[in-house]
Design a protein around this ligand. Structure first.
Ligand code: C2O
Ligand code: CU
Length: 433
């Protein structure tokens, strides 16, 4: 079987992950080897990495403005660290070895304590050899609940991931090979939507929090089974909720949907050979008293607006990769002719300064570019600031402007969230003073 056949052969099977969802804040988070049942019964188990016995790790929930306190313990073979993706976090807690902390050695520990100012759907993941550790399962959901959450019957987390498996269910061992690094990363041959809930009733209103935790795959997903709207991207509410069409999630991106259930809720991924079912929430029974108020937008968040007139204008050119042009960096990929972490930051901003960054993709591959510790506006074709993102997808040979108010002091990474690209050059950092 080739990889694609393998992926499609399993399309009809349904399964749920053996994960431990919903942990409170203020607890121990241990990275360790785990055994997971990804494949259907009898087709093998997968030895990978996880937190507290499972991959994804436990869902951490906090309240808006609340404190998250996690004692991280490293029970794996290599050094590690935990990054809290998308949170406007205290820089010392951002979990980036070499920039904000030292990597935690095997057997070591690190206490992460931070406040979560903005509600929304986030996630946490290893930031050490992330191209390998995240692909092996070192990640989990991080949910910050609104002070006044929208009324729904169920709040369901939907982790989208893929894995490159051998036929007996093990992780294919070829991590970090040059082909993955110079092309589109470690794409899996088996993909799932891992659901925190297996069944709902017809007539229920559900909030679906989609998180793309894959290291390379851009998920194109259609949700079936009811009428819904898109209410948030990357944790941040849309000013105007959008109709529910095909959702495109680059690695690390999140999308929140609120949906009124009429039938089993399905998650179908578009592939070149048609739709592939990633997962399904069964519809059992009928809600006798469905919520009948229209689905409302989420409450707006309080982020300082960009000062466009005074914005510093910058270009961040993505370069390299297979079939890419030349650049002067020393690895496969580069930003502005430099590969890897420069000794000095790419830019230094005064706290509160706005930057208008043209993210210019001069390569043959799409890249989802993430800025740590901040959200930014994607600027529309007409020049108006669009919705907030912490990770923006830029297609090959295209560019996208983003407007970011750098208001969070510290040292912040900017990198491609195709983690193989990050590992082979496509990263830099800025400092906010
Ligand atoms: Cu989720 Cu540096 O990234
Ligand atoms: Cu990339």
């Amino acid at each position: 079987m080739n990889r694609r056949d393998f992926l499609l052969a399993l399309a009809a099977t349904a399964l749920t992950p053996a994960t431990g969802w919903a942990a409170p804040s203020g607890f121990r988070l241990k990275a360790e080897p785990v055994t997971t049942r990804l494949l259907p019964d009898g087709q093998g188990v997968t030895r990978m990495l996880g937190f507290n016995g499972s991959s994804p790790g436990p869902e951490i929930r906090a309240r808006q403005g609340g404190r998250v306190a996690v004692s991280f313990e490293n029970g794996i073979d290599g050094a590690s660290a935990v990054h809290w993706h998308g949170i406007h976090i205290d820089n010392a807690m951002d979990g980036v070895p070499g920039l904000t902390q030292a990597a935690v050695k095997p057997g070591g520990a690190f206490d992460y304590v931070f406040d979560a100012p903005h509600p929304g759907t986030y996630w946490y993941h290893s930031h050490e050899r992330s191209w390998e550790q995240v692909a092996k399962g070192l990640y989990g959901p991080l949910i910050v609940e609104e002070r006044d959450p929208p009324r729904v019957d169920h709040d369901i987390t939907v982790v989208l991931d893929d894995w490159r498996l051998t036929r007996s269910g093990g992780l294919a061992p070829n991590f970090g090979n040059r082909h993955d690094f110079s092309h589109d990363g470690r794409l899996g041959n088996f993909a799932r939507a891992l659901l925190s809930r297996e069944a709902v009733r017809r007539g229920d209103r559900v909030r679906l929090r989609l998180i793309n935790t894959a290291t390379a795959r851009i998920f194109r997903v259609r949700i079936g089974g009811g009428d819904g709207i898109v209410v948030a991207h990357d944790g941040m509410p849309l000013a105007k909720p959008a109709p529910l069409g095909e959702l495109v999630l680059a690695p690390a991106q999140r999308t929140d949907v609120i949906l009124d259930v009429a039938a089993p809720v399905t998650f179908a991924m578009a592939t070149r050979r048609g739709a592939y079912e990633l997962g399904k929430i069964a519809a059992q029974g009928v809600n006798p008293a469905p919520i009948d108020a229209p689905i409302a937008p989420l409450p707006p968040v309080d982020i300082p607006p960009p000062d466009r007139k005074k914005a510093r204008r910058l270009t961040l050119a993505m370069q390299g990769g297979a079939m890419g042009g030349r650049h002067r960096g020393k690895d496969f990929w580069a930003f502005n002719d430099y590969s890897g972490m420069p000794y000095e930051p790419w830019q230094r901003f005064a706290r509160g300064e706005t930057a208008l960054i043209t993210m210019k993709n001069d390569t043959a591959f799409p890249h989802g570019i993430h800025i740590h510790g901040h959200h930014f506006h994607e600027v529309g074709e007409d020049g108006t600031p669009g919705h907030y993102r912490d990770t923006t997808l830029v297609d090959p040979r295209r560019s996208r402007d983003v407007l970011c108010v750098f208001d969070n002091p510290g040292k912040w990474l900017i990198h491609c969230h195709t983690l193989a690209h990050q590992a082979s050059g496509m990263k830099t950092w800025v400092e906010v003073v």
